[in-house]
Design a protein around this ligand. Structure first.
Ligand code: SAM
Length: 226
């Protein structure tokens, strides 16, 4: 799939996405992920932070609220960045950019990087890893909440003898593939599904020449809305 097509998908999704984020109606974030991601970020007071695929800036604002000195949010989708700028303070800034190529950022200039449900959107997540580890200061952390492959797996209904739906059979969810997913009023979103071991091996390889520690936290989603 071409980059322009992926960009168009997010452009189409953006009005509904921005509305939902601003009304605080995204349960994957509010009810499940925010708490562990904030805990994993730790004390951000005074830090210079990069948020890859920041959307309309929700998590950047959370980091500013928790004392970050400066947060730069990057996103491919212009309407998301326009919305983020409309609510920006003097400590956050936003730019339209593809996070697979961060050539406009100097090396070793960030204390922390976050990719909050964004690597699953990238055809080349390894390029993003390489770029992030280049712009991070030595020994600093890259926090990557990501989707479990189960969440975009397609299943078929198992029915009883009367044809009534019993349960959905989900299989082959560890197949690595490009998956098209419907959300927010049946708009299409393409996701690039990789297993945890593929992603963690790639992270390890991008780090091989630099001092760092990889920490992995696993949390199970309790519902399938995103
Ligand atoms: C699932 S949303 C997550 C938004 C935000 N991080 C959050 O958690 O609310 C994914 C975001 O990644 C952006 N995105 C997708 N591909 C991108 C790319 N190659 N470079 C930068 N942003 C991208 C989309 O425009 C979208 O805003």
């Amino acid at each position: 799939m071409q980059s322009d097509d992926l960009k168009r998908e997010w452009h189409n999704l953006s009005p509904a996405w921005i509305k939902e984020a601003r009304e605080g109606r995204n349960p994957s974030r509010n009810g499940l992920l925010d708490k562990p991601v904030i805990e994993t970020c730790g004390n951000v007071t005074g830090l210079r932070i990069l948020d890859c695929g920041c959307g309309e800036g929700r998590f950047c604002r959370i980091l500013v609220g928790r004392g970050a000195r400066y947060v730069l949010g990057l996103d491919l989708c212009e309407p998301m960045i326009e919305a983020a700028r409309a609510w920006q303070s003097e400590r956050d800034a936003y730019r339209v950019a593809d996070v697979q190529d961060l050539h406009f950022l100097e090396g070793e200039t960030f204390d922390l990087t976050v990719s909050y449900l964004n690597q699953c959107d990238l055809p080349d997540f390894e390029a993003n890893n390489r770029e992030v580890f280049r712009v991070l200061k030595s020994g600093r952390r890259f926090i990557v909440p990501n989707l479990h492959p189960m969440r975009s797996a397609v299943g078929a209904w198992h029915r009883n003898h009367d044809g009534e739906k019993q349960h959905v059979i989900v299989d082959h969810y560890f197949d690595e593939s490009e998956r098209r997913w419907k959300m927010m009023g049946a708009l299409t979103c393409t996701r690039f599904i990789k297993t945890f071991s593929t992603r963690s091996r790639a992270q390890y390889q991008s780090l091989s020449s630099r001092p760092a520690t990889l920490l992995w936290h696993r949390r199970q989603a309790t519902h399938r809305h995103q």
